[in-house]
Structures are given as C-alpha cells and as structure tokens.
Design a protein around this ligand. Structure first.
Ligand SMILES: Nc1ncnc2c1ncn2[C@@H]1O[C@H](COP(=O)(O)OP(=O)(O)OP(=O)(O)O)[C@@H](O)[C@H]1O
Ligand SMILES: [Mg+2]
Length: 229
C-alpha cells in the first residue's frame, strides 16, 4: 500500500492527492505541499491506536499547539525556525513554511571530509541553540534530524513539539546534553562534532559558562544512571 493510501485509511487524516509524504515519524507524518504558491509542509500528528482515544486526542492537540506557540515565539525573537502558516487544532495539523535543504544529519554525514563546511554547519547549529535559549525557550528534542540546513552557515531548527518556555540553567544544560547524546548516537567519531557545537554555543550564549558547568553535572548524572540503572 502506498504511504498516501495508508494515510487515507486513517480517518482523521488531512492528506490530499497533491500532497507528497516527506517523512513518516513515530508521532507525525510530514507532507510537502503548496499553500497559495508558497512551499509549505503539513505536519500531521496521527492517531496512535495504543493510546486511550481521549488522551491521544488531547496529547496530539497539546503538542500541535505547543509547537505552534514555540515557533511563533522563535520567529518573534529572531531564532531561525520555520514560519507558522496555519494551525488546524481539531485535526492536529500544523502548516509551516517549507525550509529548503537537507537535515543537519545528512549535511554532516555528506561533509565529513570537508572541514570548512562541517565547521560552518556545527557553528551555525550551536549559534541557533544559543539564540533559542536567549529567547527563553528550550527545545526538548535537539538532534541533527531536527535541524534543516538552508546553507552550510544557515541552520533552521524544527520539531518543537516538546519545546517549552524556560530560562533555567538546568533546562538549558539538559537541552545540550540531549543534543550531545544525539550526535554520539547518530554520527561516528562524534567528539569533535560535540566540541564544535559547544564552542559556538559558548561564544554566543550570555550565560554559557554556567550552562556548560551544569552540563558537566548532567553528564555525571547520566553516567551514574548508566552504571547503576
Ligand atoms: N518546515 C520544514 N521544512 C522542511 N522540512 C521539514 C519541515 N518540517 C519537517 N520537515 C522534514 O520532516 C522531518 C520530520 O519532521 P519533524 O521532526 O518536525 O517531525 P517528527 O520528528 O516526525 O515528529 P515529532 O514532532 O512527533 O517528533 C524532518 O526531519 C524534515 O526532514
Ligand atoms: Mg523530528
């Protein structure tokens, strides 16, 4: 069965013939479409049969609205993130500006042999996270799949379903820890990648010293958990 046909079986799907499936994630399907001539995506958080229906509906709607809210705040505060073009809360669909380019994951893997491009994208990623934190937000799921490269030095953050308002040093450090772990599990020889992202963050974030000191503590807690369960 084609992905679109499968999506159409889902009774609450908003999918249309001229939409093309770009990504099928655990929580959401992302479609490419044209909205009044603008390249757009529709992110549909589909039903999860294993959840109780009422809870599932509320969770999907809450995450859709949380993502729209966080993206709106990003745009207002100069954080590189896609513009929100529309929200269909009843169907749990978010219409966003489509950011052209590969994910940072693909970009990093394609440019491992090119130190200048690799350095540029990691610096842009660290800088984007610093701007996000300066805007009073934490992302909640920073990975190289949740960033799109418009150019080597122009990285746009996406996937704000778990984002929230926080200016806490602890929350910022956990955000960086999640990113560090994601780099290590997605890319080979990730130590240099992590160091480059953190250096860019340190150069751009006002309270970077405190956050990076806390990151050490978060790492130590993580190691303890690994040892003792
Ligand atoms: N605004 C956008 N512009 C271009 N591509 C996008 C955009 N939003 C999402 N994508 C593509 O779709 C993929 C999945 O999107 P996203 O990370 O937002 O959802 P997800 O991880 O499947 O869902 P969830 O938020 O439930 O974790 C991205 O990795 C990216 O390739
Ligand atoms: Mg994602």
């Amino acid at each position: 069965m084609s992905a679109l046909a499968e999506a159409e079986e889902d009774a609450d799907t908003p999918a249309r013939d001229h939409w093309s499936l770009l990504s099928q994630g655990a929580e959401a399907r992302v479609y490419g479409l044209d909205l009044c001539g603008l390249p757009a995506v529709a992110k549909h958080r589909h039903r999860k049969a294993y959840r109780i229906a009422a809870l599932d509906g509320r969770l999907r709607r809450d995450r859709t609205l949380a993502e729209a809210r966080a993206l709106a705040r990003c745009r207002a505060r100069g954080v590189p993130a896609p513009a929100v073009l529309g929200v269909d809360a009843a169907r749990c669909v978010l219409y966003l500006e489509r950011v052209p380019g590969p994910t940072a994951r693909a970009f990093v893997d394609a440019n491992r042999a090119d130190p200048a491009r690799l350095g540029a994208v990691l610096a842009a990623l660290g800088g984007a996270v610093a701007r996000l934190h300066a805007a009073g937000l934490v992302h909640g799921d920073l990975t190289t799949s949740n960033a799109v490269c418009r150019a080597a030095d122009d990285v746009v953050l996406i996937d704000f379903g778990l984002a929230g308002a926080s200016a806490q040093v602890e929350d910022r450090a956990v955000d960086l820890y999640v990113l560090e772990r994601a780099l290590a599990s997605t890319h080979r020889d990730a130590d240099g990648l992590v160091a480059a992202v953190l250096a860019a963050y340190a150069a751009a974030a006002a309270d970077a010293k405190q956050v990076l000191r806390r990151l050490d503590a978060v790492r130590a807690r993580g190691r303890k958990r690994e040892c003792f369960g």
